[in-house]
Design a protein around this ligand. Structure first.
Ligand code: FDA
Length: 308
């Protein structure tokens, strides 16, 4: 299993330098990342929306260590919100943020992250769109839900992410579903210990379906984030069974993954949103994608061997 190796590598600054400098990296990264700057990313967004897909944009950055970096990330999102507004994309494009890019791990992190993300949420509302708070490793969950609650007092459309691999998540789903929150359900992408998370795929999958039922039965807006054909087939059946119509839920997938399936779901009348990351700080995101899927690793290794 190479997954844990790539997850460990995602924290190594030495490997980060080597991979980032490798001449082949850029072409490989481009498969999962829509450019380093906003302009090429917006071109991708236009092409996706023209094909009937909605998007959520992620300006890459995570685990920053200074307030100045947090403010730079905030400013990048403010520029993004301005661009979405100028392009009239508010109805089709929302934004995803990682609070660790906004200062969550700094001293007084909850307050720092809240102070930096609030202007972004305000700018999103002005642009006619909203923000979803990505979920990172389990140690950040309480803090992230705390910031979510504070943001939702003025911006109730702010969304959350829950990870079915965590034992706590069914309870979180019940609470968020009761509160009518927009919730993206995913399996989870971090290396978590057995004390807090299921370790086997079949357990994570079963928990995913249990969480999905809770969200679909609740008051909120479920966002079904998966590429897994089994989870998608079950979800297609469940949205029907729970009487959810178009606009009452959506599917989500990552940019560069299963494009034909994205188009199929959209053509069948489901709202389909693509998570589009862009920016220079792609390393951690890229490593998690390699960790997730052996085929992605094969693509990476073939490119290193000069076959891409
Ligand atoms: P999984 O990786 O278990 O794959 C199951 C099966 O699906 C595979 O065996 C294969 O058959 C098929 N499959 C998967 N990928 C495929 C592909 N590219 N092509 C063909 N078949 C494929 N995580 C997190 O911790 N916090 C977060 O905030 C987010 N945010 C997020 C947003 C969105 C929109 C998505 C889709 C995902 C996330 N994630 C995330 C990542 C998530 O936690 C998870 O790591 C990945 O989605 C991988 O899990 P899957 O459910 O896709 O299936």
């Amino acid at each position: 299993m190479l997954g844990p190796v790539f997850l460990a590598a995602s924290h190594s600054s030495g490997i980060r330098r080597a991979v980032s400098a490798a001449p082949v990296s850029r072409a490989v990264v481009d498969r999962f990342v829509a450019g380093e700057r906003l302009d090429p990313c917006l071109r991708t967004v236009r092409s996706l929306t023209a094909r009937g897909l909605d998007v959520t944009l992620d300006h890459l950055g995570e685990g920053i260590t200074s307030r100045a970096e947090a403010e730079r990330n905030r400013d990048a999102y403010l520029a993004l919100a301005r661009a979405l507004s100028a392009e009239g994309l508010g109805e089709r494009a929302e934004m995803s943020v990682k609070l660790s890019a906004f200062g969550q791990a700094l001293v007084g992190g909850d307050d720092v992250a809240y102070a930096n993300v609030l202007p972004v949420v305000e700018a999103a509302a002005e642009a006619g769109t909203t923000v979803t708070l990505d979920m990172e490793d389990h140690t950040t969950a309480d803090s992230t839900f705390g910031v979510l609650d504070a943001l939702r007092e003025r911006f109730p459309q702010t969304g959350a992410v829950v990870q079915s691999y965590l034992f706590r998540t069914e309870d979180d789903c019940r609470r968020l579903a009761d509160q009518g929150v927009r919730v993206r359900l995913v399996k989870g992408a971090y290396k978590e210990p057995p004390g807090v998370a299921y370790q086997h795929k079949h357990e994570v999958d079963r928990a995913y379906v249990r969480c999905l039922k809770i969200l679909l039965a609740g008051e909120g807006y479920p966002m079904i984030g998966t590429h897994d054909p089994r989870m998608i087939a079950i979800a297609e059946e469940l949205v029907h069974r729970f009487g959810r119509g178009h606009g009452d839920y959506e599917f989500q997938m990552l940019y560069g993954m299963r494009e034909m399936e994205q188009l199929r779901l959209a053509a069948e009348g489901h709202r389909m949103r693509v998570y589009v990351p862009y920016g220079t700080d792609w390393y951690g995101y890229f490593m998690r994608r390699l960790a997730e899927r052996p085929a992605n690793v094969g693509f990476f290794l073939r490119s290193l061997a000069g076959r891409h």
